[in-house]
Write a protein that binds this ligand. Sequence first.
Ligand code: HEM
Length: 487
Amino acid sequence: MSVPMNVRAARAIMWTYLATGLTIFLLMLLLGIAMRAEQAGWITLAPGSFYSMLSLHGIGMIVAMAIAGLGTLWYFVNREIQLDARIAYTAYGFFVAGVVCVIVAVFPGHYGALWTMLYPLPFIGTYWPSWATGVWLIGNALAIAGFVILCAQMLAALLARYGGFRGVLAIDYVFQHRRFSEEGKEPPPPQMFAAAITAIDGLISSALGMLYGIAMIVHWIDPSVPLNPLWAKNLIYQFGHTFANLTIYIAVAGVYVGLAHCTKRKYHTSVPLVVAWWGTLLFVILAYFHHLYMDFVQNEALQYIGEIASYLAAIPVVVVTIFSGVMLVHRSGLRWGLGALFLYAGMIGWVVGGIAAVLDATIPINFDLHNTLWVPGHFHTYLLEGVLLFILGWMFVQLEQRSGTLSSLLTRWLVGIGIFGGGALFVLGFYIAGAAGVPRRYAIEPAPGPQMASIATIGAIIVLAGFLAMVFEALRMARLPATEANA
Ligand code: HEM
C-alpha cells in the first residue's frame, strides 16, 4: 500500500519546517554556548558582541521552535481538513526572509537592543548603524506575517470543518454533553484545540506585534514621530510573551498525537481538557502583564490581572494534559523508543519550567526574582526541556513508525544523558544564580554568576553533544527502508 500524494505533500511541508527550525536551533545553540562561556569568563568577546548575540539568540531560538512546531501543527490540521500546500510554502518564505533580515541586522549590522526592541532603546546611544535597526524591524515584521498566514489558514479550515467557533471550541460538547453524545457527535480531537488556540491568540497578538513593529518603523524613518513608551512596552510584551508561550501550545499537539501512537491508545477529548484549553485561550493573552510589575505607571488593576492570568493560562492545561498523558502510558506496554522518551521527558520539563514561571509571576516573589537569572532559568526549562523535546519526540515517533525500529539502548542513553542530563545542569546554573540575585542580560556578572556559568557552560556543551548524537540517529533512521505501510 503506497502513501497518497496529498499525504506525501503534507509530510514534505512538515519535514521542511522541522529541518529549518532544528537547523536554526543548532546555530543559536552555538551562540548560546559562546555567551554562557563569556559569562563564565572562559572567553572574552568584543564589547557589545554579547548583546548582539543575545538579540539574535533570543529571537532566533523562539522562531526556530515556532517554525518547527508550526510545520507539525499544520500537518495535524491537514490530517483533519485538507489544506492548500502553497499557503504553507508562502508562510515559509516569509519566515525565511524574516530570519535572513534578522541575521543581517546582527552580522554584520551589530544590532544589539534584544528581541524586546523596547522603545526608545534601538534608537539612542547605539553602537550599531541605524540601517541595522531598520532591517531588524523589517525582519520581525516579515516573520510575524508568516505566522499570521499560517494562523489564518488553520483557523479558517477549523471553522469550516467544525461549524464555527461553537464547534471549534466544543461549546455544545461541554454545556449539552448528553444531547451531544446521544446525537452521535464527536468533539474535535485534542490537537485541534492546540491549533485553534494558537491560531486565535496568534492572530490577536500578531495584530498588536505588527502594530508595534509598524510604529517603530515609522519612528525609524521619521524620528520626529514620538511613541508613548508605556504603550510601546505593553504592545511588545503582549506580542513577545504570547508568541513565546504559544510555542509550547503549538508543540504540545505532538504529545497528543505522538503518545497515542506510542501507546496504541486514543488521546480522548474530555470536558476538563476542553475547559482547560478555554482557560489558555482567554488568559494567555493577558498573562504578559506580569512583565510590567515594576512599571509604577501601569494601572494597578492590570498587575493583579497579570498574576491571576499567569496561573490560569498555564495550570489547568498542564494538569489535564499531563494527567491524561500519564494515564495513557500507564500499563500500556509502551516500548520506550526515543520518541516516547522525548515526549514524556518534555512533560517533566514543561511542569518544572511552568512552576518556576508562575512562582516568578507571583507579585511578592517577583520583587526578588525580577530580571534575575531565574527568568532565563524558567523559560529555558520549558523551551529547551519541554518544547524542543515535544518536537523531537514527534519527529522520532514518525521515524520509528516509518522504519518499524527503535534506537539501540546505548543511543538512547547517549542522547538522554546529553539532552536531559546536560540540560538539567545548564538550567540549574540559571536557577541558583537567579535565586542569589544575579541579574540577567549581563555579559559580565557579579558572583556567584561566573561560577554558576562555568557549570552551565559544561551542561550546554553536553547538550550540544547529545543533540548531535540525536541528529546522527535521526539521519540513520531516515535512511532505513520504510515498512510496507509507509513505502
Ligand atoms: C543549551 C542551549 C542554550 C544555551 C547555551 C543558551 C544560552 C543562553 C544565554 C547565556 C542567555 C543569556 C542569559 C542572560 O544572561 O540573560 C540566553 C538567553 C535567552 N535564550 Fe537561550 N540558551 C539555550 C537554549 C535556548 C532555547 C532552546 C531557547 C528557546 C527556544 C532559548 C531562548 C532564549 C531567550 C528568549 C533568551 C533571552 C534573550 C533576552 O534576554 O533578550 N535559549 N540563552
